[in-house]
Design a protein around this ligand. Structure first.
Ligand code: ING
Ligand code: ZN
Length: 308
């Protein structure tokens, strides 16, 4: 079992490494990190969730997940990086200390574990879950088309062989159901929902399932603008931002739209590096800069949520 001390955050780690890491990082930082399990994947793997923060009463929380889409390897790498930065800088960096003293961060390092494993063993470009479909030999549902937000009305497919298959019903996947159940159970304390994808270098907020803007559009737009400016300040990486529908494409069933409609106002989808040169196969040499710049944006949003 890899200890979290000495863990290589600048390489892509397979699921066995990440699972062992969740245990180690919690065991080595008992004052700051605890591990729970929110469910089990279709193929039976445990969905580990890390809670990161100093214990306190009446704390609000930020929820962040990675690894919705199996091939977007930079995403789980970022969730691991985020936890590492948090524990290594607590008590050293005043901003991080303040955030962890006053907020809890729920971090789901990999939502779509079976798909992630499949990209390591069989097909690097797999996107969906690995569940069996009725009356089809094609496998999997797109977890980001499987939430109850305009489900399967636009930008999603009802054909099981397609990469954007919405599934037979909202939350049909064990993984999306476990995530939705957890967020529903904690939705009064969760003030922000962040979901990490790649690639395109975008910061998106609701709606993606319809063209109309939310009642919080002005605030979300200025928060996104400021977060992107923080991200850009490190390596000049260019991000675009805006509602999903206006910025990337109309697509129903996404988790950010669902979380927003549940009442979590600060709901964002990050599309990390790059813009297509390497795409999903981002070189390991870019893990460090991508995670460092993204960390600035997540910190900015976290401080905003704490102070508003
Ligand atoms: N992009 C997202 C996708 O699921 C998205 C874009 C965000 C759609 C929010 C719907 C809601 O297609 C990637 N790269 O997966
Ligand atoms: Zn994605």
């Amino acid at each position: 079992n890899a200890r979290a001390i000495g863990y290589n955050y600048e390489k892509y780690n397979n699921w066995d490494m990440i699972a062992a890491w969740t245990a180690s990082i919690a065991a080595e930082n008992p004052e700051l990190v605890s591990r729970s399990q929110i469910g089990t994947s279709y193929e039976g793997r445990p969905m580990y969730l890390l809670k990161v923060g100093k214990s306190g009463s009446n704390k609000n929380a930020i929820f962040m997940d990675c690894g919705f889409h199996a091939r977007e390897w930079i995403s789980p790498a970022f969730c691991q990086w985020f936890v590492k930065e948090a524990v290594n800088n607590y008590g050293i960096d005043s901003e991080i200390t303040n955030l962890l003293n006053n907020l809890d961060f729920y971090i789901l390092p990999v939502l779509n574990i079976d798909g992630y494993v499949y990209t390591w063993t069989n097909n690097r470009m797999w996107r969906k879950t690995r569940s069996k479909n009725a009356n089809s030999s094609c496998i999997g549902t797109d977890p980001n088309r499987n939430f109850n937000a305009g489900w399967c009305t636009v930008g999603a497919s009802n054909r099981p062989c397609d990469d954007t298959y919405c599934g037979p019903a909202p939350e049909s996947e064990k993984e999306t159901k476990a995530l939705a159940d957890f967020i529903r159970s904690k939705h009064s304390v969760i003030k922000a929902y962040l979901t990490i994808h790649s690639y395109s270098q975008m910061l998106l907020f609701p709606y993606s399932y319809k063209n109309s803007v939310t009642k919080d559009h002005t605030e979300l737009n200025s928060l996104a603008k400021a977060a992107v400016s923080q991200l850009n300040s490190l390596y000049n990486t260019r991000y675009t931002y805006g509602s999903g529908a206006a910025t990337i494409y109309l697509a129903a069933g996404g988790s950010d739209d669902w979380a927003y409609d549940l009442g979590i106002k600060y709901s964002f989808t990050f599309e990390l590096r790059d813009t297509g040169r390497y795409g999903f196969v981002l070189p390991e040499s870019q893990i460090q800069p991508t995670c460092q710049e993204t960390f600035l944006a997540v910190k900015y949003i976290s401080n905003y949520v704490l102070n508003n």
